[in-house]
Design a protein. Sequence first.
Lengths: 289, 405
Amino acid sequence: MDKSLQKTEQEEIESKRKVYREAKEQTRKNARRLRFDESNPQPKKDSVDSPRKRFYRQRAHSNPFSDHRLDYPKSPESMDWSKYYPQYHDKESNNMLQDVEIADIGCGYGGLLINLSKEFPKTLCLGMEIRVQVTQYVEDRIIALREQNKSKDINYQNIAVIRGNAMKFLPNFFKKSQLSKMFFCFPDPHFKQRKHKARIITNTLLSEYAYALKVGGIIYTITDVEDLHNWMVEHLTEHPLFERLDKQWEDQDKCVEIMYNSTEEGQKVERNKGDKFIACFRRLPDPEI
Amino acid sequence: MKHPYQNIVSTSTHLFVSVQNHLQAFDVEGNLVGSWKDTIGHEDLLKKQQLEKIEKLNQEPEIKRAENNKKVKIPKIPTPGPGAPTIYNYIRDLELTHDNKYLIGITDSDKSIIIFEINLNEDNCLKLIKRQTFPKRPCSISIADDNSTVIIGDKFGDVYKIPIIGENVPEKDLKPILGHVSLLTDVLITEHNGKQYILSSDRDEHIKVSNYPITYVVKHWLFGHDEFISSMVQFDFDRELLVTGGGDDYIYLWNWYGNKLLSKYPLRDLIEPLLDESHLPPERFLHEDSPKEISVVKMITMDKFVVVLFQKVNGLLVLEIKDETLHLVELFPLDYPLIDISAGGDKIFGLSEDKIITQFTFNGKLTIDDKEFKGMIENNPCEVQSKEEFYPLYTMNTLRKRSEH
């Protein structure tokens, strides 16, 4: 095909995506406002539509070391969760009724998060994603789900997504022992040796995850890259604050099943007939210091 | 003209200074008593990397090589392109052990920690006893109370420990004891009730408190800074206290053990009049209302006092701690900015472009001593044609985050 023609076509697609995303942004803004203003009129129809993924595509990698323009709280105490979980916020006391307990680190397009919402309808789950457009997709998806399921038992008020760099700023979000589950699903494999520090599981980062996890809390990992699986297992096994859970445990755990089936990455692997490797680890008590 | 000295540490009797890849020791009269020159350059590091690559290629099984139908290609030594930043061979930081028996430095040339035994009875008091290379550039060091161990933070966010005495550890066997996903700016090993802790700070506003030696158990983070942290110091009289500073408009005082911010000393009104155009952000980040930026380079504590060195500010700030609060003692005016400072006994030594070295006496207030260190000026081995040849002397600005994404 003619190069310039190809370029124009590419630009057209880009601008179409842009227009679509801008429209959704308006919806998002409205939704944020509406959460605090319950006397609002019926939302416009398009906010109920589920977002279409093809308008939000973004390359799969992001450098965790670079200075993205990120919003993160100065400390866990200064985090305003009410914007994310308005129904779990008590207006009178201005306190949250409960804390986030499940974190999906690198939540991608949000498949796991949505299934967790159904499995744990009374638990607050947070997805963290570093890519802007992917985060917006998940946010739009949650807005739509909340609208569509307003009067139902499962109303998706317990899930939210934040654009953030979990590797750098996790301690800004979560207090000590706040989390009971952390998910690391199909993380960036960073194949090159010198990029290994950019992997989401390293022995030094595990100490920070252990800080946020309560004793008995679980780290879930899944990947289709065997090398990365071995790496994660090696580092988690080596870490004194984690112990691996066996196959038997995995087989009876509901989250393992959800994780295996529900993420977009996982479904892609399925379509391509690839393998999926799972490893789960339990947070052990701190040793006597 | 001479290149200014870049780093100093001192005792009450001796000064240890570095300029480019030279290290020198002087007594307080300015007599040269020791020297060392780093003969390893950045080229050597690249050559070493090349050899490692060749080695690795040679180890590849023959069959695989045949399969790929490839000869062993000798990897090239990369040559920097026209826009590449200059690489400087210099000594980045200096520290003394608490008993003043060892001098520890960081070389940029081969990413090493260099350890010298100080023997003042020898003609040359500096004897290199260890040169330990690291995978990433070390940038901060702290020495354990028992003078046996050095804690090292690197530019990649990892913290290591190595013994002062004893064999080198092969680079591949070095395992970080803790880490940040950020550039580390300072590490500090301290104790509380007989237990040891490591405090580590980074350019992403974090100060992490980890147990030591069980560093995988994080105690907590000290949250409160809005900009990078460059310096963490403690007082000998109360080691629960911690003073921190960096890119913020405040000096912070903490009870680090109790995770409590005790007070913040405001700098803006005091320091602003001493700032000039050079304190504005780089042009592409400059807005109409960009404030001039205050950057703490280094702090030292003496008794109940903190002396603060700011980047390119003609003055030294002296604060005193009283009732868990920092109070102003004085903003001591200078005719020129200092590059580095160090305390020895009741003296403070300051390095500068203009005067090479200035001695102050501190007895609750600062006074400049009328003393010239002729020997230091004469013995400075780095002759340059003009200021253009100076290595960067004021580098704090690279720590400030200026995100575009």
